[in-house]
Design a protein around this ligand. Structure first.
Ligand code: FES
Length: 234
């Protein structure tokens, strides 16, 4: 590699790291790699980070075909390096959002309390940017029993009965193409309990094979309003 190529490579690497603070995360406990998946829009074209509208709820499925996740552009930089714990006391470090503003985050949309999740018919859990009598602004709130999570701090629990944060979905942002990939999870996964609890419903909605099959290659991102007929707000 000549000097010019070396400088170019270094510059590209620096841009990548600036856009992906999690890229240098220590590979500690609670981090699990899954097959890498490109986030695409409903036309199966790569979803560009710049096309996300701040403070909207987007849904995609990862790491399995039947496990929903929130994708959020919070419109402002998140905290960095937030120390969190699973319900059984295992610590991990959430490194922050990705993208030019480090404002893009993703979490499992399965509530860490009793596993409420967005179905095609109804969702009790969502992000909201304004407050209500029962929910604070800029939180992910589950109206089932009012667990509340801070998406700008790794989905740390702010209130309610949940005993651990929502599992984070690891994202990579490519500053050259503005594309996003999901690459793994961080934190307390509840997928086995989720599959046990909702086996029948998931088989109806997704097909029994597809619900538990690992997503590979790409995953479609939709606005929650398109994915789900009714959102419960409380
Ligand atoms: S299932 Fe979400 S608070 Fe109970």
């Amino acid at each position: 590699m000549d000097r010019r190529d070396f400088v170019k490579t270094c510059a590209a690497g620096a841009a990548y790291v600036a856009s992906n603070p999690g890229a240098l995360a220590a590979r500690g406990a609670e981090l699990r790699d899954y097959p890498r998946a490109l986030l695409v829009d409903e036309l199966k074209k790569p979803l560009l980070a710049g096309s996300l509208r701040p403070n909207r709820n987007y849904i995609f499925h990862y790491p399995y075909g039947g496990t929903p996740c929130f994708l959020l552009d919070l419109g402002r930089p998140t905290a960095n390096d937030v120390a969190l714990k699973t319900a059984d006391g295992r610590g991990y470090l959430w490194r922050g959002g990705v993208g030019p503003k480090r404002a893009i985050v993703a979490y499992s949309a399965i509530c860490a309390h009793q596993l409420a999740y967005p179905t095609k018919q109804i969702s009790f859990i969502s992000y909201r940017d304004s407050s209500s009598p029962t929910a604070a602004a800029n939180t992910i709130h589950c109206c089932a029993e009012h667990s509340e999570y801070d998406p700008a701090r790794g989905a740390k629990v702010l209130g309610g009965p949940a005993e651990q944060p929502l599992a984070a979905i690891l994202l990579e942002h490519d500053p050259k193409t503005d594309q996003l990939h999901a690459t793994g999870t961080l934190g307390g996964e509840l997928f086995n309990k989720f599959f046990e609890k909702y086996e029948f419903k998931l088989a109806i909605d997704y097909g029994s094979q597809r619900a538990k099959r690992a997503v590979d290659g790409m995953t479609v991102v939709s606005e929650l309003t398109n994915f789900c007929q009714q959102q419960v707000h409380c």
